[in-house]
Design a protein. Structure first.
Length: 509
């Protein structure tokens, strides 16, 4: 009788409430006193330098000018420094219509969803269900008699695994760092795509210059061929001179066709970058002219390269905060470090607190009544004793993944410094090279003028004229190529410095 009385007291609503308060207090105590096993993240050191080699080495004043240290940093819309409305319009489309960026943005949303899933481990799981059965039961040994019975059930259950050792919190830490890494990777892809578009766009504009150059040259060669043909008809020169003039003309026409092919393919590449089919995309050529003094093609790009905007380089240590790829590598390293804590927590016992309550009876209309009520509550402690090295292997794997990410982070930093140094030296030396090449073009033009006059006077053969004309065209082509390399290096320097990006952009993600 005493036992039944005690059981009855425990099942009373008053004592049930006291039990719930006890469980809640115990859970709060576990959560507060719970620790986080595994190593806390500390950003490893990486190599750096007080300044860039190419900045310190460029003290002669020759070549491209470096911005002063006190000048403002790069703007977020870095491409606007080129003051090209068409380029601005194209790059603005990249963030909206480029399919690779759209895919990367979806990948970032996946990472944030995984973070939401990881956070769910901190909270209890609640379940509710109801069921009803109806069937026959044999009433005798011969099985000839049976009765119909029905059972109804409705219950509510809860289960919670307190994060005593920090396994769930380490998972959240890892998922959060992964989400930030994905956000930085998205920004890195966006920056890379913008740079590719800018470089491709300028390459197309220089192809327009080359087409203009070839058109002018072809007209000159056609006149030369006509003069040679007239002299041959007059018996002054031989058929060899006509053949040489024809060869030079046709080979130049072939080069012009090849440039037109390249120009069309560059236009197709730009169309895909901005999310359009090549058949629906067209870029008209800019207005071009011939400089009467130099005889060279003048365009907005040639004027831009002549006065490239200064770029604030800064110091190497700031590069770690300005490049999204470095930030992504650092966040991946932090995520890997948190996974070590998850692996360590697996060695400790797991506490599960579960509770259930509901109603069970035969009569469905009267199911929700006190006599049909039942409840249960209690903790469970589990500790794996032998798993054949499963947890040891997971721990070693987590440590190796972290070491791998540290090495990749440091390699990313080194590659970033190389990118900056490469573009700095390219800008400095290409500008000097262009000056020498422009002088070579002028001398080649003088050689063509002199040889043409001597040929008309009968002093030399047309072979000498053709040789000087070919040399002039070759030097002009090299000068055009240097224009492309200079603007590509300038865009490359801006993007290697992060293009105005800052690590604060992912701090709150």
């Amino acid at each position: 009788m005493e036992l039944e009385k005690e059981m009855s007291n425990m099942k009373s609503p008053l004592n049930l409430g006291m039990t719930q308060k006890l469980i809640a207090s115990l859970s709060l105590f576990i959560l507060i006193t719970g620790c986080m096993v595994g190593p806390d993240y500390t950003k490893p050191e990486s190599q750096s330098a007080p300044s860039y080699k190419e900045v310190d080495g460029n003290t002669s004043g020759d070549g491209w000018k470096i911005a002063e240290p006190n000048e403002q940093g790069l703007r977020a819309k870095w491409w606007e420094i080129y003051k090209d409305p068409t380029l601005n319009e194209l790059i603005n489309k990249v963030d909206i219509d480029n399919q690779n960026i759209i895919a990367a943005e979806a990948q970032y949303r996946q990472a944030t969803a995984l973070l939401t899933q990881a956070r769910a481990a901190l909270f209890p799981t609640l379940t509710a269900n109801g069921s009803g059965t109806r069937g026959t039961v044999n009433g005798g040994n011969n099985g000839n008699f049976s009765s119909v019975e029905q059972t109804s059930n409705a219950n509510l259950g809860a289960s919670w695994v307190p994060d005593i050792w920090g396994q769930a919190r380490r998972n959240i830490e890892s998922s959060g760092a992964n989400a930030q890494a994905t956000a930085a990777q998205l920004d890195a892809l966006r920056l890379s795509t913008q740079a590719t578009l800018a470089q491709t766009y300028f390459q197309l504009r220089i192809a327009d210059m080359q087409i203009k150059m070839y058109d002018t040259t072809i007209k000159t060669y056609e006149k030369s061929l006509q003069i040679t043909q007239n002299q041959y008809n007059a018996g002054i020169v031989t058929q060899l001179d006509v053949a040489q003039a024809s060869t030079l003309l046709e080979s130049t026409v072939a080069l012009a066709i090849d440039v037109s092919l390249s120009r069309a393919q560059l236009e197709h590449a730009i169309a895909v970058l901005v999310g359009q089919t090549p058949s629906t995309f067209t870029l008209k050529a800019q207005e071009l002219s011939i400089d009467p003094k130099t005889g060279l093609v003048v365009s907005p790009v040639s004027k831009l390269v002549a006065e490239l905007p200064d770029v604030p380089v800064g110091i190497p240590s700031t590069l770690l905060e300005r490049r999204p790829d470095i930030a992504a590598a650092e966040r991946q390293m932090a995520a890997a470090n948190a996974k070590i804590g998850v692996a360590v927590a697996a060695f400790y016992p797991t506490l599960t607190i579960s509770a259930a309550g509901g109603y069970q009876g035969v009569d469905l209309p009267n199911l929700l009544s006190m006599p049909l009520r039942y409840w249960s509550i209690g903790p469970a402690l589990a500790q794996p004793l032998f798993d054949g090295g499963l947890r040891i292997g997971a721990y070693k794997q987590a440590g190796a993944v972290y070491d791998q990410n540290v090495a990749l982070y440091r390699q990313t930093v080194l590659a970033a410094f190389q990118n900056v140094e490469d573009n700095l030296v390219a800008l400095r030396m290409l500008q000097s090279e262009s000056k020498s090449q422009a002088s070579a073009v002028k001398h080649a033009q003088d050689a063509v003028r002199i040889s043409t006059n001597q040929y008309k006077s009968g002093i030399i053969t047309y072979l000498d004229v053709a040789t000087s004309q070919a040399a002039e065209l070759s030097n002009e082509r090299i000068l055009m190529s240097l224009l492309n390399r200079q603007i590509a290096a300038h865009v490359g320097l801006i993007t290697s410095l992060g293009g105005g990006w800052d690590v604060k952009q992912i701090a709150d993600k």
